[in-house]
Design a protein around this ligand. Structure first.
Ligand code: ATP
Length: 584
C-alpha cells in the first residue's frame, strides 16, 4: 500500500469528529491493504512499531531532533522551524508547510510505501550508541526526501508520538471487524484475542490472512503477556454479595505491584500491568519463582509487596516504588525486600485455564506453589454471607491490608483478560469516607506558584482518560494539601515533560501556565464528584456540564504502574457519579 493512501485517510479521520465515521474511514484502508502488511498499518496508526513487551526499541524522537530533521529536509535554518512550530503548534504541520515551499517537494521520485516507512522507522529506532543521533537524523531526512508534504506531516507526527487521530485501540478493533467480517458483531471476539495476546497487529494480520475463526482460537501462550483482569468497586457488602451471585471468595487486598509471571522451565519473565517486561527489576522474585513454583510451564499472577527487613511486616506501595526508581537493584533488594502473594493461574502445563471457574484455578494454584516465607497465596475464604464479608474486611484492615476483593465463584467465573467486570469487586477503607474511592488521574498541566511557592508549581491540572475518543479531559485543579517534598517531586518529575504546545488530546477550558506530555498518573481523593461548567469530562453525556472532583487532594501515591490510558476513564467517573447519586 502506498503511504500516501494512509496519510490521506489520517487527514480525513482527523477532520471528522464522529467516532463511527472515523472507524468507517479506517476500515476502508484496512480493506485495501495487503493482508501481509495489515500489522504494519496497525502499528503505524497506533504510533508504536511493536508492543512494549517485545522489548524492541521505540521510535520516540524528541521534538529537538525532529526540528533538526525538518530543517535539514527543507533546507531552512532550525530557527525557522521553531517559529513555525510555535505558530502552528505541531511539528507535522510545520514539516508539511516547509516541504511544500521547498523545491524538493516536486522531486519525489519513488512512491513511498507503508513498508518503506515502517522499515525506515524501525531502522531509526534501532540506531543506538555513539553517533546514533546523527544516524537517526540522516535516516529520517532520507525518508522525508521521498515524501510528499502531506506524508511528511504524518511521518513527523508518528515519530514524535503525536499522531492524534482520536482512534484508540477500541476504534481500531471496530474497524477490523467491519473490514474483515462485514460488521461490528465480531468485535468482542477480536477484543478478546487482543486481550489474550496483547498484540493488535498480530491479531489483525491473522484476521486478514486466516479469518475470524483463527482469531477466536488465539489462546494464552507462555512468554506473551495477557492483559490483566481488573476489579470494580462498591462500598456496600450486601450489594457486593448480590453482584457476585450470592457466594464469593473474599481475599485480602494487598498493597503492592501486580506481577504476571511467565515460567518456561528455567526461563522466567515478569510482566507489569502495562505489559512491560520488568524481570530485571526483580532478581529476587525470579529466584523465588524458580525455587517455589513447582510447575514447569505456567503463567501465574500475584501481588509483590515490600517488606520491612527488620520486622518482616508489609510496607506500603510507595516503599516498593522507591525501590523501583533506584538503579542499584541488588542493593535495594536488600534494603526493600519483597514477598509474593499469588492469587491466580492462567496457564499450566500446556493448558489455558482462563476459561475455568475461580475455585478450580485456585486449587491448581495451591498445587503448584510451595508455600514458604517469601512466596504465599493470598489469604481468602469462601462465604455466602455479607456479614462475614464485612468481618473479613475488618480483619484485613486490622492486619495492614488495603481492604478485600470479593471474587465470583460460579461456573462462569472465568479469568476475563483485559476486562473490569463484576466478577471481581473491591472494597477499600477509603470507600466509607468522602468520595467512594480515589481516582487515578493524568497530570496534564500546571499553574506557576506564587509567594511561598515561587519556583515550584502552585497547582496541578489533572485529567481522566476518555477511551472512546482517546483524549484527556480535565476533571480538577489540585492546589492544596501539598507538602514541600511533594512540590519538589512534582517539579522534578514534571519538568522533563514540559511541552512547547498543548497536546491536542488534552481537553481543557482552563489555560495552564505550562502544559505537559500526558504521561504521569497520580492518585487523587476528593469529597465527591460534581457537575461543573469548567471541566469537560463527559460533557456530551451528562448534558448540564462535565464531571469534576470537588476538593481534590493528592494522596502522595504516584501510579508509576499505570500508563495514562489506564487512568480512571470518563465512563468510570460517570459510573461513580451515578453510584454516588443513588446513595443519597
Ligand atoms: P487500586 O487503586 O484499587 O489498586 P487499580 O485500578 O489499580 O485499583 P484494580 O484492578 O481495580 O486496580 O484492583 C485490583 C488490583 O488489586 C490488582 O491489579 C492487584 O494489583 C491488586 N490486588 C491486591 N490483592 C489482590 C487479590 N487478592 N486479588 C486480585 N488483585 C489483588
Amino acid at each position: 500500500m502506498r503511504y500516501e493512501r494512509l496519510a490521506r485517510a489520517y487527514e480525513e479521520i482527523e477532520s471528522t469528529s464522529g467516532a463511527l465515521d472515523k472507524i468507517a474511514i479506517f476500515a476502508e484502508v484496512l480493506k485495501e491493504a495487503e493482508a501481509a502488511e495489515i500489522d504494519r498499518v496497525i502499528a503505524l496508526t497506533m504510533g508504536k512499531l511493536f508492543p512494549d513487551w517485545k522489548g524492541e526499541p521505540e521510535i520516540g524522537i524528541a521534538e529537538k531532533m525532529a526540528v533538526q530533521v525538518v530543517a535539514s529536509a527543507a533546507s531552512v535554518p532550525e530557527k525557522r522551524v521553531h517559529e513555525l512550530l510555535r505558530s502552528l503548534g505541531d511539528i507535522g504541520a510545520a514539516a508539511e508547510e516547509l516541504l511544500s515551499e521547498s523545491v524538493q517537494a516536486t522531486l519525489w521520485a519513488d512512491e513511498l510505501t507503508v513498508n518503506r516507512v515502517f522499515d525506515t522507522l524501525y531502522q531509526t529506532a534501532k540506531a543506538s550508541g555513539q553517533g546514533s543521533s546523527r544516524e537517526k537524523v540522516s535516516l529520517l531526512v532520507g525518508l522525508l526526501s521521498e515524501a510528499q508534504p502531506l506524508e511528511a506531516k504524518y511521518i513527523l507526527r508518528t515519530v514524535t508520538g503525536s499522531l492524534r487521530l482520536g482512534l484508540g485501540h477500541m476504534g481500531m478493533i471496530d474497524a477490523l471487524a467491519i473490514a474483515f467480517t462485514g460488521g461490528r458483531e465480531t468485535r468482542g471476539d477480536i477484543e478478546r484475542a487482543f486481550n489474550v495476546c496483547s498484540d493488535l497487529g498480530y491479531v489483525a494480520r491473522l484476521l486478514a490472512e486466516k479469518g475470524i475463526d483463527a482469531v477466536r482460537s488465539i489462546s494464552v501462550e507462555v512468554g506473551r503477556p495477557i492483559r490483566m483482569m481488573a476489579a470494580k468497586k462498591l462500598s456496600d457488602p450486601v450489594e457486593i454479595m448480590q453482584k457476585v451471585g450470592g457466594r464469593a471468595l473474599v481475599e485480602y487486598k494487598y498493597d503492592g505491584e501486580r506481577l504476571q509471571v511467565h515460567k518456561d522451565d528455567d526461563e522466567i519473565v515478569l510482566f507489569s500491568r502495562r505489559q512491560e517486561r520488568i524481570t530485571d527489576q526483580y532478581p529476587d522474585v525470579v529466584e523465588y519463582v524458580r525455587k517455589h513454583v513447582r510447575s514447569k510451564r505456567c503463567v501465574i499472577e500475584g501481588e509483590c509487596v515490600a517488606i520491612d527487613p527488620g520486622t518482616g511486616e508489609m510496607r506500603p506501595f510507595q516503599e516498593l516504588m522507591r525501590r523501583k526508581r533506584k538503579t542499584d537493584i541488588e542493593e535495594m533488594s536488600k534494603e526493600v525486600p519483597v514477598r509474593l502473594f499469588f492469587f491466580d493461574v492462567l496457564y499450566v502445563e500446556d493448558r489455558d485455564v482462563t476459561g475455568r471457574p475461580m475455585l478450580e484455578r485456585r486449587s491448581i494454584l495451591e498445587k503448584i506453589i510451595d508455600v514458604s516465607r517469601d512466596v504465599r497465596l493470598t489469604t481468602g475464604e469462601v462465604t455466602d454471607s455479607a456479614e462475614r464479608l464485612e468481618e473479613i474486611f475488618m480483619a484485613a484492615l486490622d492486619t495492614g491490608h488495603e481492604g478485600v476483593i470479593a471474587k465470583a465463584v460460579h461456573e462462569h467465573s472465568t479469568y476475563q483478560a483485559g476486562s473490569r467486570s463484576w466478577l471481581w469487586i473491591k472494597l477499600k477503607a477509603s470507600y466509607t469516607e468522602g468520595m467512594s474511592d480515589s481516582v487515578d488521574l493524568v497530570i496534564v498541566g500546571a499553574l506557576h506558584g506564587r509567594g511561598k511557592r515561587t519556583g515550584v508549581y502552585g497547582a496541578i491540572l489533572a485529567a481522566a482518560y476518555d477511551d472512546e475518543t482517546d483524549t484527556f479531559p480535565t476533571v480538577c485543579k489540585i492546589g492544596t494539601g501539598f507538602t514541600d517534598e511533594m512540590l519538589q517531586e512534582f517539579k522534578e518529575r514534571l519538568e522533563p515533560l514540559v511541552a512547547e504546545t498543548r497536546d491536542p488530546r488534552i481537553i481543557s477550558d482552563i489555560e495552564a501556565d505550562v502544559w505537559f506530555e500526558p504521561r504521569l498518573v497520580i492518585e487523587v481523593l476528593g469529597d465527591e464528584i460534581t457537575v461543573s461548567p469548567i471541566h469537560p469530562a463527559g460533557r456530551d453525556k451528562i448534558g448540564e456540564g462535565g464531571l469534576a472532583i470537588r476538593f481534590p487532594r493528592f494522596t502522595g501515591r504516584w501510579r508509576d504502574d499505570k500508563d495514562p490510558t489506564q487512568a480512571t476513564t470518563v465512563s468510570e467517573m460517570i459510573e461513580l457519579f451515578e453510584q454516588q447519586r443513588g446513595e443519597r
